[in-house]
Write a new protein. Structure first.
Length: 101
């Protein structure tokens, strides 16, 4: 199953990687104090779908594309995994559905 998540365009050094994903929605938000990014005036938030077939390659590339001068991350998930992507670090956690009936 494909991965779904959001990518904040301003978090990327290399924005060209966005062209490789299906963008299902884009929203622009004016930055407020709660965003904790005072160096920016807006966030461009893309809801994306990442193909499961090439997900590990894409996760690595997203990790390298993240701006490393700030502590950005990307979170995506499908029905099996939750993935946190940081600059030069990826945490892939298996999601277990426990049935206690």
């Amino acid at each position: 199953m494909d991965f779904k998540g959001i990518i904040i365009e301003e978090s990327l050094k290399d924005k060209s990687i966005l062209m490789e994903f299906k963008i299902v929605n884009t929203k622009i938000e004016k930055v407020t104090n709660s965003h904790r990014t005072p160096w920016l005036s807006k966030w461009t938030i893309h809801k994306v779908i990442i193909s499961e077939e090439k997900c590990d390659e894409y996760f690595e590339r997203l990790s390298k594309a993240l701006d490393d001068s700030h502590e950005w991350y990307i979170e995506v998930e499908n029905n099996k995994y939750n993935v946190l992507i940081f600059h030069d670090r990826i945490i892939k956690k298996r999601i277990y559905n426990h049935d206690f009936d």
